[in-house]
Design a protein around this ligand. Structure first.
Ligand code: ATP
Length: 506
């Protein structure tokens, strides 16, 4: 494949052509950063959700679920800090009229310096061969050390300016680093301004006195404000968790890169409540568990990496991201955060209600600490698509696009295809379809040549095609074709379910 940008474009085009993801309101030329999941997209998305729900809620006796409303009392967002601090610094280029996140411009600049170091390391590795010691090289090579120092200086200027809301200093930094707009190439920047990412709307009619409410920018707060309800009614003992899947909304300044950064998206979050002082132990536990969850999909370890936050949010005492090797490079897919007692304390303060846990083991009450795992459903979807998309050259010289979606996540598990549209084959195929549809999503199709139909199933990632031919009518056998190796086997109809079920294990 030519390059990653090319691959990304192909994945986006493929996702549209095969009914995975459409631009929202496309007939009106689309709405920026909003997407609709089509007939196969919704299946894949539901399968990812089920996989998460099962492994978090069903597999843990001490984790329960929740489905909180998107609208919440506005004070929630005051308490959580979102009203005052859920801001991104933005800056516009006066020539291209493009808007950027000011911190991202600086971070991209840092990434370029880091790339220079990586290149030097790569060159040295080639030169020295097996004897090369990367750690030693990085800690002794003067050019690398100079660049490291430069990076440290930039970071310290950026993060202190952000922490103290010194917007002029962020602009000065951009000017000092001579950062140019990637579109216009000019350095003609506006001032940096803060931009709150929450969407707001009005609740109630104006006659009654409408009040301003927000569309939740994260699902976590629905969990915090229900902490007491669930702890009491579920008789939960610490440590325990509450899990939720739901929509979140952020008015992102720069929303691009397909479903990676949207203004309406879905999160799968779990808050794990623990005894104060035990949070770092549980943080480690969840960090490892979550990585196992990703690897258990069958996507190789090399596609994932941990990234430790250098700049912790004011409420966190540890934070790691799990990054995935998306077509545009390694980027955040999931965050694991140790959030201390910040949120529960804040809700206690703003609501005036006591939010505490009486721990019978130590005969004391306390505000629990929280370890959070927060993963984007849409980003997981994109990770699966990016990994699955493969263009293959076949032995007969033809090409195929095959989506190697992990079979248990595949939208359709089996396509039932009568070889021809006559002689009673469609009826027999329908009988097989009916016998399988109870267990998993099946697909029936009788149009076009069998080769074309196989290709279409490859393109949506169906692990098995079952072909009904004249022999089926004689001896109740079918051919079953496997997606990845394209091998065909003749088997009795009664064997189909076992073969497919074996492949769906993970
Ligand atoms: P980023 O730094 O990419 O903006 P974030 O650190 O703000 O992300 P969190 O607030 O930790 O993200 O949200 C948890 C998860 O929700 C992220 O890891 C990501 O998978 C997902 N997510 C966040 N913002 C978006 C978005 N605009 N579109 C799609 N998914 C998102």
């Amino acid at each position: 494949m030519a390059n990653n940008e090319d691959k990304f474009k192909k994945i986006i085009a493929h996702a549209k052509e095969y009914g995975f993801v459409f631009q929202s309101s496309e007939i009106y030329d689309g709405l920026a950063a909003a997407y609709d999941y089509g007939q196969y997209g919704v299946e894949l998305k539901n399968n990812i959700k089920n996989y998460w729900w099962k492994s978090m809620v069903q597999f843990h006796e001490n984790i329960v679920g929740l489905d909180a409303a998107i609208f919440m009392h506005p004070t929630t967002w005051k308490a959580s800090g979102h009203v005052d601090a859920f801001n991104d610094p933005m800056i516009d280029n006066k020539d291209s009229k493009k808007r950027y996140r000011a911190d991202v411009l600086v971070e991209d600049h840092i990434a370029k310096i880091e790339a220079k170091n990586d290149k030097d390391v790569e060159k040295a590795a080639k030169r020295f061969g097996d004897a090369f010691d990367e750690a030693q090289f990085r800690s002794t090579n003067q050019r690398i050390l100079d660049r490291e120092k430069e990076i440290e200086d930039i970071k310290s200027r950026l993060y202190s300016a952000m922490d103290e809301n010194r917007l002029d200093d962020i602009k000065n930094l951009i000017e000092d680093l001579e950062i140019a707009c990637p579109i216009s190439g000019s350095r003609n920047w506006t001032d940096v301004r803060q931009f709150n990412l929450m969407f707001s709307t009005e609740m109630g009619s104006t006659a009654e006195g409408a009040s301003k409410i927000y569309l939740r920018p994260e699902t976590a707060q629905g969990i915090f404000v229900n902490y007491l309800n669930i702890q009491k009614t579920g008789r939960m003992k610490i440590p325990f968790g509450i899990a939720q899947i739901g929509k979140a909304f952020r008015n992102e300044i720069v929303a691009r890169q397909f479903i990676f950064r949207m203004r309406e998206f879905e999160q799968m979050e779990m808050q794990f409540f623990v005894k104060p002082g035990e949070e770092l132990k549980w943080f480690d536990y969840w960090k490892n568990e979550r990585m196992k969850w990703h690897l258990n999909m069958g996507i190789p370890q090399s596609e994932y990496r941990f990234h430790e936050h250098e700049k912790l949010a004011h409420y966190a005492n540890a934070a790691f991201d799990i990054e995935f090797n998306f077509p545009m490079g390694f980027k955040e897919l999931e965050g694991i955060h140790s959030r201390t007692d910040f949120d529960l304390n804040a809700h206690q303060q703003y609501s005036g209600k006591k939010i505490q846990y009486f721990d019978p083991e130590i005969n004391e009450s306390y505000v629990p600490y929280v370890v959070e795992t927060s993963i984007g459903l849409d980003r997981t979807f994109l990770a699966v698509l990016s990994y699955a998309y493969n263009e293959e050259q076949l032995e007969d010289g033809s090409e195929r696009v095959v989506m190697r979606i992990p079979p248990f996540l595949a939208p359709i598990k089996a396509a039932v295809l009568p070889l021809v549209k006559k002689d009673g084959l469609p009826e027999k195929a329908m009988e097989i379809f009916d016998s399988l549809k109870n267990d998993y999503m099946c697909f029936y199709e009788e149009k076009d040549s069998i080769g074309k139909r196989y290709r279409r199933q490859d393109a949506i990632g169906t692990p098995y095609c079952i072909t009904v031919d004249h022999q089926t009518l004689e001896d109740n056998s079918v051919t079953i074709r496997e997606r990845d190796r394209m091998q065909q086997e003749r088997v009795g109809i009664e064997k189909i379910n076992e073969i497919i079920n074996n492949r769906l294990k993970h």
